[in-house]
Write a protein that binds this ligand. Structure first.
Ligand SMILES: Nc1ncnc2c1ncn2[C@@H]1O[C@H](COP(=O)(O)OP(=O)(O)OP(=O)(O)O)[C@@H](O)[C@H]1O
Ligand SMILES: [Mg+2]
Length: 284
């Protein structure tokens, strides 16, 4: 288990230059242990910078990033350990596959950790299973894989390090709906099977509504809301004002409500809406 807390974290790019940009501005959050937390916000709001701070890739100018109450930058020599504990899958990670085979690529992280060959092999097989990569693909070169398969291989490479916290920055960006659903399903199953904390940055309101337990909403380098998807999506005006979409079903709910049909709270998926509509029509 690992509890991640950010206390008054600020960070600017291009410090002391005319291009200085404050990307995090006094961020205070506590990430729920063992849950899936989604990070949403319009482009440039600071989501990737936030996950970089959580993963120990960027050092805050002010404030602290804490894991189980300990400041991760207090002892600079230990930052490497923190980066092993918090596994970060960056935006478009498939560009970082560089080994001859997928098996070697997934093994890269565990090998860096100094594990035995046996342990590495066990972890590679386990990680490939989580992302539904068939064993036969492990001997192939990254060049022979589809975009979705490469993405899954990159995620497996981080899972194979068995981090306490798995952080994914737009894991489904650029994939078709099927590929997107598969990635989110894999992540949900990973969390269910391991009980580990997962943090996902996503532009898709549908996906975060379906898979996340909690949402952090960012705007202009600040966290402006941190609550359950139900609560976040029950405030559509606030979201729209901050440059965010609503899940399509939330828009349908609003439309139906205007027409006098109330599906109630917490329905943001097609399946949920279908079931509710069937339930309401059977009562009539
Ligand atoms: N390496 C960098 N150098 C300078 N400015 C940067 C750098 N990375 C990000 N920024 C700026 O910091 C701000 C926050 O960027 P960040 O990448 O964290 O946003 P984001 O919410 O992840 O955006 P997106 O949805 O487009 O991925 C933006 O104004 C961005 O232009
Ligand atoms: Mg980003």
């Amino acid at each position: 288990m690992a509890r991640i807390t950010l206390s008054g974290v600020s960070y600017s790019y291009g410090k002391k230059t005319p291009y200085e940009i404050k990307a995090l501005d006094g961020v205070n959050i506590e990430i729920a242990d063992g849950k899936i937390t989604g990070i949403i916000g319009h482009t440039g709001s600071g989501k990737s910078t936030l996950v970089g701070a959580i993963g120990g890739l960027i050092e805050p100018d002010e404030g602290q990033v804490l894991i189980d109450g300990a400041d991760v930058w207090k002892n600079r020599k230990k930052i490497r350990e923190h980066r092993f504990r918090v596994g970060l899958v960056m935006q478009y990670p498939e560009y970082q596959l560089f080994e001859e085979t997928i098996r070697r690529d997934i093994a890269f992280g565990p090998r860096n950790m100094g594990l035995s060959d046996e342990e590495i092999e066990e972890r590679v097989v386990e990680a490939a299973r989580f992302v539904e990569l068939p064993e036969a693909l492990l001997e192939k070169s990254p060049f022979e894989l589809s975009g979705g398969e490469k993405r899954r291989a990159a995620i497996a490479g981080v899972i194979a390090m068995r981090p306490d916290v798995l952080v994914l920055d737009e894991p489904a960006a650029g994939l078709d709906p099927r590929g997107r659903a598969a990635i989110f399903r894999n992540i949900a199953e990973y969390r269910r099977a391991t009980g580990k904390t997962v943090i996902i940055v996503s532009h898709s309101m549908e996906d975060v509504a379906t898979y996340c337990d909690e949402l952090v909403v960012m705007s202009g380098a600040k966290v402006i809301m941190h609550d359950t998807p139900n609560k976040v999506f029950s405030n559509p005006e606030f979201l729209v004002k901050n440059g965010l979409d609503l899940p399509q079903i939330a828009r349908l709910n609003m439309y139906l409500r205007e027409k006098g049909i109330d599906l109630g709270e917490g329905i943001y998926t097609v399946e949920g809406a279908f079931n509710k509509i069937m339930e309401l029509s059977s009562k009539k």
